[in-house]
Design a protein around this ligand. Structure first.
Ligand code: FAD
Length: 427
């Protein structure tokens, strides 16, 4: 075994930080280089699937997740008239060993960052250190800190540097900008009355006009209100802006009018939109799957490797599963780290490529397209429009693609006595 391999991670997002914690747990020597000077809790809500939550729980983060997130109880789909098309329980409510969480993306990132600093030491995380380029032949990173540049030579380089990845651009210089779907997303959070179970995720509409919403904090005892995350989505077909910025603020006038009639007895969407303090615009983009994720002692992970439409709650979840696979491959190939990276790519590249492509076809939200096509003005009886079996099949197909088979997650838990003990304590 190469004595304590030194691994450089580029990017302290959810993928990079989770990988750092896993590598440290297995006694690798890790340094993370993050471009921003201070990590602030940016973004709005995300969902983390049980497959990925299992890995965070294995890292000892169950209590933290319960503190900052909401255990997602169900996912429910509605047509634009507000009629229910499909609903199913999620996480523990669906018999998985661990919960699914609805959580603030920035709070999860800050949590992981704090734990990295505690466990790996302050020095392992280099904030304000932007990776400018790498030399794949010699495994060297060129890093900019303030007005100085310096070089680092680790044994392995992992590019977890997001959708605008510098490392990916170096491997595939002709790739160009991300692919625009023709749909724009407006994201926000609002303090509002709980809807449905107070832990439900609702998808309303169809591919050209959709509203996705779920709470990301518990109901406040004093006000009876809850922090509710939402995303309004419209087909705009205009050319995507040059570079996507997760934090671009716009006025609600840009999109709110299209949803003004979406008031249902179970959710008042115009009211939810009005209650937000800030609205963030982000085009729905992804990138085509790649033939490989790197070369030599370098690879990619998370959004750098496979940015996908935010459908089916897989952005953060798949980054965490990448990290798990990478660490396993390194353990299985202790004498040949490059061989380990290629084994990781063979495992994860085809799986994540399938999800990128499935999300272009609306993934699990495809049930809304079926109903839109057959009953655009709504329905009296859902059974006349679509059978329960057809809806079940749509949901099951996607679960298989993204690694959400219950038996596989149970096996993973039972195969790790420490994890099994923690899971047994979950209430
Ligand atoms: C600010 C921000 C807000 C987001 N908000 C949402 C949201 O509201 N909803 C949603 O579904 N998804 C959001 N995402 C995307 C979501 O976090 C990812 O899809 C998912 O978590 C996978 O993350 P990742 O770790 O692969 O990449 P990211 O979370 O994008 O993290 C990449 C990290 O790499 C750093 N980086 C980039 N280039 C360099 C470089 N050259 N050198 C060093 N560091 C570099 C970035 O600063 C960033 O911290 C957001 C991402 C960001 C960066």
């Amino acid at each position: 075994m190469i004595s304590k391999p030194r691994i450089a991670i580029v990017g302290a997002g959810i993928g990079g930080l989770t990988l750092a914690l896993m590598l440290h747990h297995h006694d690798f020597d890790v340094q993370i280089f993050e471009a921003v000077q201070a990590v602030k809790p940016l973004g709005v809500g995300i969902n983390v699937q049980p497959s990925a939550v299992t890995e965070l729980v294995a890292l000892g983060l169950l209590a933290d997740l319960d503190r900052i997130g909401v255990r997602t109880q169900e996912v429910a789909y509605f047509n634009p008239q507000g009629q229910k098309v499909w609903a199913e329980p999620r996480g523990r409510f669906a018999g998985y060993p661990v919960p699914q969480y609805s959580i603030h993306r920035g709070q999860l990132q800050v949590l992981l960052l704090r734990v990295v600093q505690q466990r790996l030491g302050e020095d392992a995380l280099k904030l304000g250190h932007r990776v400018l380029e790498i030399d794949v032949e010699s495994t060297v990173l060129k890093i900019q800190q303030g007005s100085n540049n310096y070089l680092v030579k680790p044994d392995l380089i992992i590019g977890a540097d997001g959708i605008h990845s510098t490392l990916r651009r170096q491997f595939f210089p002709k790739e160009g900008a991300p692919c625009f779907s023709g749909r724009m997303l407006w994201r926000a959070t609002s303090m509002a009355k709980p809807f449905l179970s107070a832990a439900s995720m609702a998808m309303v509409g169809h591919a050209d006009q959709k509203f996705v919403t779920y709470p990301i904090e518990p109901v406040q005892a004093s006000s009876g209100l809850q922090c509710i995350n939402w995303i309004a989505e419209l087909r705009v077909d205009e050319v995507s802006p040059e570079r996507q910025d997760w934090n671009k603020q716009v006025s609600k006038e840009v999109f709110a009018g299209a949803f003004s009639a979406w008031r249902f007895d179970w959710l008042d969407i115009p009211d939810l939109i009005d209650r937000a303090q800030a609205y963030y615009e982000f085009p729905m983009v992804d990138r085509d799957p790649l033939p490989s994720w790197g070369g030599g002692a370098c690879t990619l992970l998370g959004d750098a490797a496979h940015p996908m439409y935010p459908i089916g709650s897989n952005g953060a979840s798949q980054a965490i599963l990448d990290a798990k696979s990478l660490v396993e491959c390194l353990q299985q190939n202790p004498n040949d780290l490059q061989q380990a990276l290629r084994a990781y790519e063979r495992d994860r590249l085809p799986k994540t490529a399938s999800i990128v492509l499935a999300n272009r076809g609306q993934g699990p939200d495809h049930c809304l397209e079926i109903v839109r096509e057959r009953a655009p003005a709504g329905f009296e009886r859902l059974d006349d429009v679509v059978s329960e079996q057809e809806l079940l099949d749509v949901a099951a197909r996607y679960k298989g693609l993204v690694g959400l088979e219950k038996d596989r997650i149970r096996e993973r838990v039972q195969g790790d006595p420490n994890l099994a003990e923690i899971v047994a304590s979950i209430g």
